[in-house]
Design a protein around this ligand. Structure first.
Ligand SMILES: [Zn+2]
Length: 387
């Protein structure tokens, strides 16, 4: 496919990027309010906003339309023009693809699910391209769409667009961004899925207004995204926040990462299923059956979930003790069985959280997979104004 030259938001300086992000996530906002929040001079604010208005990314609302903070002066607030550009976000799991078409504010306009028939690189690239084409054709989006964000679990190098290691796909060192650019013609940004979800939460979810917070996901894998002083921590080597591989039991079990007694080795969906199969002697037991059996009062299966909750609680305590977030959002498909995890999770957390770090709010949020795809779209939006 011919590559489409991406429209770039007119970012000319880090200050312009900061201002644009401010209006994007917290607007509409008056120039006075933007000046107050950023500490920039009002002349600098006016100068930075002008190219965005000229390029159609921002518009001045009539003062009567104002809805944001900064009331009092009849200055026209600035608002995002959500239809200026559209974005595709795709989350890849081991079983399926979830895609969304969003506007500039990452409001979802349409979404699609496709089952993934295999894990071969060529197959996945073709399947993503097909999904993207379907989304672009689901409305009047094609002309104004240039960017695709893709999120998947594992060790993902955003800078080079490479999947360094994906346990669920069995991939190592796959230049996925380049392959998808060739297949779709869009500019592609890759990100680890938990980091993408964290970005969406930071901009539009529970993280709004919190300068330091974390998202922890529990399910097939256990991961976390960390925001410290307003910035997503990406790690010097692209790895950070791997709460799933915090060791919490020297007694084991062994983890697929090569470590021993990692949180993930005890509390991932597969770890719970494996333990439940061993306990019951039923090699075909599913996670749904394990949940059902535990809820029906089976103490042996209940104990497996309890141990998982305990391991997650210790991991959360380690996270909170290390960087002191205001809140931790716990999400992922594993929260569907949170009732079985919660007592031991909170007890382990309370026992190990150090001093005031224990005041951190642990919030439970069963976010659907669309939200992860939306996170991928948010990463694509962010790529627009990374100076
Ligand atoms: Zn591990």
């Amino acid at each position: 496919m011919p590559r489409i030259t991406p429209a770039r938001a007119p970012i000319t300086s880090p200050a312009a990027a900061t201002l644009f992000e401010l209006v994007l996530t917290q607007g509409p906002l008056s120039r006075v309010e933007a000046t107050r929040r950023t500490g920039l001079s009002s002349a600098a604010v006016t100068k930075a906003f002008r190219p965005f208005i000229e390029a159609g990314y921002l518009e001045e609302l009539a003062s009567g339309e104002r809805t944001g903070p900064g009331a009092g002066r009849p200055a026209s607030p600035l608002a995002i023009c959500p239809d200026r550009e559209f974005f595709v976000g795709v989350k890849i799991t081991g079983d399926d693809l979830i895609g969304v078409m969003t506007d500039l504010r990452t409001e979802v306009r349409s979404s699609r699910h496709h089952a993934l028939a295999g894990h071969g690189v060529e197959h996945v690239v073709a399947a993503v391209a097909e999904l993207v084409a379907e989304l672009l054709n689901s409305g009047d989006y094609r002309e104004r769409s240039h960017c695709l964000g893709v999120a998947l679990s594992g060790d993902v190098d955003r800078e080079s667009g490479t999947v360094r290691y994906s346990p669920f796909l069995g991939w190592r060192d796959v230049p996925l961004a380049d392959l998808l650019e060739d297949a779709t013609g869009l500019t592609v940004t890759l990100e680890n899925d938990v980091k993408a979800l964290t970005m969406a939460e930071q901009w539009f979810g529970d993280g709004v207004g919190a300068s330091t917070f974390a998202v922890v996901t529990v399910g097939a894998g256990i991961g976390s995204g960390l925001v410290v002083n307003g910035g997503l921590v990406s790690g010097a080597h692209g790895v950070a926040g791997e709460i799933g591989h915090v060791p919490v039991s020297q007694a084991g079990p062994l983890c697929h990462c090569g470590g021993t007694g990692c949180v993930e080795a005890i509390a991932s969906t597969q770890a719970i299923v494996d333990a439940a199969r061993t306990t019951t002697g039923n090699p075909d037991l599913t996670i749904e059956q394990a949940v059902e059996t535990a809820r029906a009062g089976d103490e042996r299966i209940g104990e497996i979930f309890g141990r998982a909750g305990h391991a997650i609680g210790l991991g959360l305590a380690a996270l909170v003790n290390l960087f002191g977030p205001q809140k931790v959002v716990v999400s992922g498909e594993g929260v569907a069985s949170f009732d079985l995890l919660e007592t031991r999770l909170r007890a382990a957390f309370a026992a190990q959280a150090f001093g005031s770090a224990a005041h951190c709010d642990i919030l439970l949020r069963p976010l659907p997979f669309e939200e992860w795809a939306r996170g991928a779209a948010a990463v694509a939006v962010q790529s627009l104004f990374t100076p």
